[in-house]
Design a protein around this ligand. Structure first.
Ligand SMILES: CC(C)(COP(=O)(O)OP(=O)(O)OC[C@H]1O[C@@H](n2cnc3c(N)ncnc32)[C@H](O)[C@@H]1OP(=O)(O)O)[C@@H](O)C(=O)NCCC(=O)NCCS
Length: 161
């Protein structure tokens, strides 16, 4: 991984992930509850290696990921994946349960947006389960006024970065 922001007392640093960061990312899965994982992946996480590979399917251009690092451990990941040949990308984010509600999600999405904009991405789309109040607050904070279109209990929103 490549440091973006150094840690300061009590504040995790930020780094861009690289495809070889498997061990560090696998550790994050152990710091997340099954409910948080379900909210991120919309599926139970039975095989951590399989989902670690999914997170690390990145190339630094079409797909990139920013991690939050506390005491050398990954405690959150926000990532985008460009929608084929479009100027928008799907956004996904997860924060270790013990680190939620401390501003990390907001910081990672802000850093990821800067990264994505440099690649010509103009908007993020995001899928949120209908009862995921944390993700909805985060969305409201990053892009007030974003509307979610609901289908089958999942809301899809799009916001400009
Ligand atoms: C959604 C998630 C990424 C938010 O990360 P976070 O680091 O806790 O977010 P922040 O601390 O930056 O908070 C952002 C906003 O959400 C609010 N929030 C965070 N957790 C909340 C909760 N459990 N209930 C209600 N609001 C919550 C914060 O108060 C803040 O709102 P405010 O600006 O009005 O005060 C985190 O809860 C998570 O990882 N959830 C599981 C995975 C997931 O849901 N991913 C989203 C779909 S891909």
């Amino acid at each position: 991984m490549v440091e973006i922001e150094a840690p300061r007392s009590g504040h995790p640093g930020l780094a861009e992930l690289e495809p070889g960061d498997e061990e560090a990312v696998a550790g994050l899965f152990g710091r997340m509850s099954s409910q948080s994982l379900y909210r991120r992946f919309f599926s139970p996480v039975l095989r951590v290696e399989q989902f670690t590979r999914l997170v690390l399917r990145i190339d630094g251009h079409e797909r990139a990921a920013v991690a939050a690092i506390a005491d050398g451990e990954v405690v959150g990941v926000a990532q985008y994946s460009r929608v084929s040949r479009a100027s928008r990308a799907d956004l996904a984010i997860m924060v270790a349960d013990a680190w939620q509600r401390q501003g990390l999600g907001t910081r990672m999405v802000a850093a990821l947006a800067v990264r994505a904009a440099a690649e010509g991405i103009e908007a993020f789309t995001v899928d949120v389960q209908g009862d995921n109040h944390a993700a909805m607050r985060l969305l409201h904070r990053m892009a007030p006024g974003t509307r979610l279109a609901f289908s089958g209990g999942v809301g899809e929103g799009e916001f400009h970065i």
